[in-house]
Design a protein around this ligand. Sequence first.
Ligand code: NDP
Ligand code: 2IT
Length: 446
Amino acid sequence: MKNEYLIGVLETVKKRNAGEPEFIQAVTEVLETLEPVVEKRPDLVEAGVIDRLVEPERQIIFRVPWVDDNGKTQVNRGFRVQYNSAIGPYKGGIRLHPSVYIGIIKFLGFEQVFKNSLTTLPMGGGKGGSDFDPKGKSDGEVMRFCQSFMTELYRHIGADCDVPAGDIGTGAREIGYMFGQYKRLQNEFTGVLTGKGLTYGGSLARKEATGFGLCYFTDEMLKANGESFNGKTVVVSGSGNVAIYATQKATELGAKVVAMSDSNGYIYDKNGIDLACVKQLKEVERKRIKEYVTTHPDAVYTEGCSGIWTIPCDIALPCATQNEIDKASAEALVKNGCKVVSEGANMPSTPEAIEVYLSNGILYGPAKAANAGGVATSGLEMSQNSERLSWTFEEVDAKLKGIMKSIFAACDSAAKEYSTEGNYMAGANIAGFLKVAEAMKAQGCV
Ligand code: NDP
Ligand code: 2IT
């Protein structure tokens, strides 16, 4: 980065957020790609848009006490970062994972601002979570945690103010418990959360949306480069919500997914993953991915996560967590013939890995654009809640497809306009930024 102004902004960010490497990483990537914009648009610099964007509007940290099945008091820490409301109410998921601290929630909130802008829908950016670990907890414990979490959070959110949803560790069960508690405390039945169950205001296709959207985006990127999913070998990391529906759609589009993982290890099935089995293990029984091999003798289970990137494939879809592909893994992908990396997870590639993609001509679909289908469909859930109607699966899926198509077009044309043709990461950052920046400028210094 050569621009003096941006260098100065980044120095301040590093000083002010020391000890939060993920947040600094996310901001650095965006600032680096905004260099040509800063040169073309001095008015936005003048309006202090970037100085303001690197600081969340509001950060809430709270105690979450709950009682476990043994009658013992447990205390977790809860977070909600209301990052930016320039183009709509704060919107973004809730992550429940022991690794959660303020730096993770800030990086996710920052990314969400640009992602939500790309969806074409009126949503600002936010993110929340807790260091609570749902693994190994009973339904009752999860319910008591979610109720306690919402007992504080409810006063900070609302259908026109801040609309949380799922993320790692937060699925339909957790959203249900949180929604029930919100309704009880506020005495209001509104679309305050998305990813709700279908019997109480959820949208058809929201469960599938992030994984399906990832494949729709990737398909657009492939088509623009004279390729398709048909006949390709795909590796998907993770085996949660995003990974499962990415695997389903990639398979429907003619690819063969040969590997999936969880935080303990990965399975390789040369015959193609039996997704019905993975759904049963993960969505119903909440078991580990290694159980797959007990019913699939041709499949192999390997302990550890990073080895999955050494499996030869044409397309890699990281759908687990941040920084899961480092330089060595990116090099292994390239060496084994991988031509496409498209991100279902948020920030799954380290900056060094991205460098490897770009210098080897990999088609790279950045998370902000590629995984925006989940939050886009959350936006569609909000629309349905507002008009008190529900649309069919086909209607929602068709809208999702249209949105992913326009997101790809926006990334592609911004990259061309700012002279980085084919660099969809730069395109996503620039296109996402410009809409938010114009809105921030128009609304004055707030
Ligand atoms: P889930 O909780 O459903 O699944 C997460 C998967 O990733 C699990 O297989 C989990 O394994 C694995 N995983 C989580 N943390 C780690 C870790 N530290 N190391 C290795 N593996 C890990 O979450 P989602 O599928 O919803 O989310 C996956 C990614 O997609 C996240 O980055 C999330 O932010 C992003 N995302 C999610 C969206 C959504 O709509 N849900 C929308 C856009 C992005 P294990 O079970 O062993 O923990
Ligand atoms: O990272 C994400 O975009 C999500 N976890 C989905 C957020 C949402 O509000 O649906």
